[in-house]
Design a protein around this ligand. Structure first.
Ligand code: RAM
Length: 863
């Protein structure tokens, strides 16, 4: 039992170093055992001066406004908080103090210039990356040192032979022309009085590498791969030394002789010397003066979420030696990351690592990777050597190793898993092991595709920030991990890429695609990320600023749909993906769904207008709230008139049509709803309770069935193992969610479609229903300040539990069925209230703390 509150975040960051705002909002959780907060006091200390708010009579503890003078660039403050809670006289103890330190808040703070190789490069061919560096001397002892750093391309920095940070693929992928992220590192321990050297490896990354479809695009942001770094050292006497990239730096070709995010990396270790960043010791070179490129520091922006890091290491589940000397490694889990090898062999030996998600006939199946060759090659320096590529990432379960000198034993190779280093906040488990594996697969697909931006897939030549995929997956994602800061950053890029007429791109950042995607056209379900995803994140986190920041984007999207629909309020024109990847769609035409694509478009139009109205109301804009709820009503009316027939059936007599109409609240209460629900259950059962929905219907169908009184049918769908179904891939050994229901066909053969990713989170959006309905935990008010426990058991599942770290602390439910009813254990976070609705029982309201309920002891609802 901790008697103090815990200071949790500055904005969405757990580590406040390098924050990009001058007045970060503060969030904390109450001491354990406390039921509520009646007041708080925040104290800060900066430059030896302490300030306090004094007692503030307020219950707020999530995103509390910064109560002091704003921070200036580089300014550091130590913050702590104490709280008043009912039933206790006087305040709690002080929380541990947490530090926040502003980054470089103004463009004029930047002196660093982009520095790059000066040797001639042919922009049309693959170029060898550069390393850049500079020597410098510090004349006085060091009190603190910070490195502010970014790149055109990717960087990995070193000082005096030591790597800075443990993040990879930094500065990540943003709309570079508008927002180039920089990171701040504490390098106090890296620099010394006297001679020092700072240097960085550079990679092409998204900036100038081959990215996107067919690996066909390169130099999308420029050819000027360069480093932008500013080291600021504060000395014991208060003086500072700044070492910034400029014309005094030097460059040399890197021992990375080729680097591509999709293609992999080639490293000639014979050309390296680990001492290259230690002053006066290395043998590399020749080092020549750099070229200085153009920069625009007004685009430099601090991170709002975590960087990409290694979060897990997997060892081979098996290593098979092939007759021809190759080795095939199975890691037992489809993952996103790369291999680290430790190898002993003669200098000049070439070891090649290839990667794939699937085997066919005992060999890597690389066709699904399309043009992503996913091949890393290392030329050994001679002697024992450990290596991992730097500027690439692969999606794989299997790896093939060629050229390994001698026996490859399983301790020599490990798979390192990389993704945005988000805090895990959600867990689920139940009595059905297949359902548990499905949930685990959802978690793995989220991890594999939350790599700085939310991508569709992590392995083939695509890996784009598809708006529709995250639109349907955000409710699941925001339960499983604290991804709000990361997605907020990406949504800023969505806003940056929104076209002047309000069109939201298919994927963000925007790069060229085939004629299907370029020029960009407005499409339902994809464009609705603008309205629905900020809403989801607001509901989960309670961050009203986020909702407000993205409101103009959301409004422009709804206004565009209103113009496209015209006075009849039906959006029935233009290009639409509709219920993408309906299982009946042929492999080569994923948009060929059984559901009318314009039904989907108008349905989403109403749903987005409704959410825009809800957002406006939260933001206190009553005029907009009225206007858009009126619009939503009109669109719903038009939808009913056009798509619901007099007998209650819909023009598309399909599960997606009914699910969408029900969940989006488009039907007249209550008869039309009842009929739609009954018909939905009927069509599902007529089809043998197999999946007949694509990207649009799949995330909705279980809710539609549940809310219309057919939860048993929802469980039939969930527990179905025949193809197509959620559990079919599990029975085929899937360890991630597949893009296609039948990625692997029942006979074990690969789906022949051009898009056959085995790591695609979209269809895993059902996990949100598992959290809310199977386990039974959901937010009723933003940030889970009020929550509901409402398990609706079924499908033969005899127990389930879920836990979520809400902004206020842990909320948890664990239920188990017994002969007479249900035993339930609940945890309500401090400062929160829960409505508990158990089967056949009168709802009860519970306050913070742990509770144990037995349904036989509760008041029963009248039958
Ligand atoms: C595919 C992507 C993505 C989907 C689009 C429409 O290429 O993988 O999942 O959103 O198409």
């Amino acid at each position: 039992m901790s008697p103090q509150p815990a200071l949790v975040t500055f904005e969405h960051l757990h580590n406040g170093l390098g924050i990009g705002v001058d007045a970060p909002r503060l969030s904390w959780t109450l001491p354990s055992g406390a039921v509520a907060q009646t007041g708080y006091e925040i104290e800060i200390e900066r430059a030896g001066v302490t300030e306090t708010t004094g007692h503030v009579a307020d219950s707020g503890q999530n995103f509390v406004p910064w109560p002091f003078r704003p921070l200036t660039s580089r300014e550091r403050a130590d913050v702590r908080v104490r709280v008043w809670t009912p039933g206790r006289s006087g305040p709690s103890g002080w929380s541990a103090s947490a530090s926040v330190e502003a980054g470089l808040l103004h463009p004029s703070d930047w002196r660093a210039l982009p520095v790059a190789a000066a040797w001639p490069e042919n922009p049309d061919t693959d170029r060898r990356p550069a390393r850049v560096r500079r020597d410098f001397t510090l004349g006085r002892p060091v009190t603190r040192a910070r490195l502010y750093i970014t790149a055109h391309g990717l960087y990995e920095a070193e000082i005096n032979g030591r790597r800075i940070g443990d993040d990879i693929l930094s500065p990540g992928w943003t709309v570079y022309g508008e927002r180039l992220r920089y990171y701040t590192y504490d390098v106090t321990d890296h620099v010394v009085r006297g001679a020092n050297r700072i240097g960085a490896w550079l990679g092409d990354g998204w900036y100038r590498g081959h990215i996107g479809f067919d690996g066909g695009y390169r130099n999308l942001y420029g050819t000027d791969q360069s480093l932008i770094a500013q080291l600021e050292v504060l000395h014991d006497d208060g003086s500072t030394t700044t070492v910034a990239t400029d014309s005094t730096w030097q460059a040399a070709p890197s021992p990375i002789v080729f680097s591509g995010l999709y293609e992999g990396e080639t490293f000639d270790a014979r050309l390296d010397d680990a001492a290259w960043s230690i002053p006066g010791q290395d043998t590399t070179g020749p080092w020549t003066p750099v070229t200085v490129h153009h920069r625009d520091p007004s685009t430099f922006t601090a991170p709002t979420g975590p960087a990409v890091r290694c979060t897990q290491i997997l060892h081979p589940a098996s290593v098979t030696a092939k007759a021809d000397g190759r080795h095939l490694i199975d890691f037992g889990q489809n993952l996103v990351g790369r291999l680290r090898i430790t190898v002993d062999g003669p200098a000049g030996t070439t070891v090649t690592l290839r990667h794939a998600e699937i085997l066919q006939d005992g060999e890597l199946a690389t066709r699904p990777l399309r043009a992503a060759t996913a091949t890393d090659t290392v030329i050994l320096p001679g002697g024992l050597f450990t290596w991992e590529p730097r500027f690439t990432l692969h999606g794989f379960r299997y790896a093939e190793v060629t050229g390994w000198p001698g026996e490859l034993d399983e301790t020599a190779v490990e798979a390192r898993v990389y993704h945005t280093d988000m805090r895990r906040t959600g867990w689920f488990e139940c009595s059905n092991p297949l359902v548990n594996r499905l949930h685990e697969n959802v978690v793995w697909s989220m991890r594999g595709n939350f790599v700085d931006i939310p991508t569709d897939c992590p392995q083939r030549d695509e890996r784009l920030g598809w708006t529709g995929d995250i639109q349907v997956f955000a409710p699941t994602a925001s339960f499983l991990y604290d991804c709000t800061g990361m997605l907020d950053s990406w949504l800023r890029d969505v806003a940056a890429e929104q076209l002047p007429d309000g069109t939201v791109p298919w994927y963000v950042p925007v790069i060229p695609g085939g004629p299907q995607w370029t020029p960009i056209q407005p499409g339902a379900a994809w464009g609705d990320v603008a309205t629905l995803t900020p809403w989801v994140l607001y509901r989960r986190s309670g961050d009203l600023n986020l909702l407000s920041r993205h409101f103009p984007m959301a409004r422009a999207w709804v206004d565009l749909m209103a113009r496209l629909a015209g006075p009849d309020r039906l959006w029935d024109s233009g290009y639409q993906l509709g219920d993408w990847l309906d299982p009946i769609a042929p492999p080569e035409d994923p948009a060929a769904s059984r559901t009318d694509r314009y039904l989907v478009a108008t349905g989403y139009f109403a749903w987005s207008a409704r959410h825009l109205a809800l957002s406006a109301a939260e933001l206190g804009d009553d005029e907009a709230a009225d206007r858009y709820s009126g619009l939503a009503d009109e669109v719903a009316g038009a939808f009913r008139d056009r798509y619901v027939l007099p007998d209650g059936r819909m023009t598309s007599d399909t599960p997606t049509a009914y699910a969408l109409a029900l969940v989006f609240g488009l039907l007249d209460e209550p008869e039309q709803r009842a009929r739609a629900g009954d018909r939905l259950a009927e069509v599902v059962l007529e089809d043998g309770a197999r999946i007949a929905t694509g990207f649009v219907g799949t995330p909705l169908i279980c809710d539609a069935l549940t809310d219309s009184g057919h939860v048993d049918v929802a469980y039939r769908l969930l527990t179905q193992t025949e193809c197509p179904s959620w559990l079919y891939p599990v029975t085929m050994g899937a360890t991630t969610i597949w893009e296609r229901w039948d990625g692997l066909r029942p006979d074990g053969s690969l789906n022949p479609g051009g898009m056959t990713s085995f790591n695609h989170y979209a269809l895993g959006a059902v996990a949100d229903w598992m959290h809310r309905v199977v386990a039974g935990i959901e937010a009723m008010e933003p940030g889970f300040r009020k929550l509901r426990f409402r398990p609706r058991p079924g499908g033969g599942i005899t127990w389930a539990r879920a836990r979520h770290e809400t902004p206020y602390g842990v909320a948890a439910i664990s239920w188990e069925q017994n002969a007479t009813g249900m035993l339930v254990e609940l945890t309500v976070p401090a400062g929160c209230e829960a409505v508990v609705e158990l089967p056949r029982c009168t709802p009860v309201v519970l306050g913070a703390g742990d509770h144990r309920l037995d349904t036989t002891e509760l008041d029963q609802l009248a039958a």
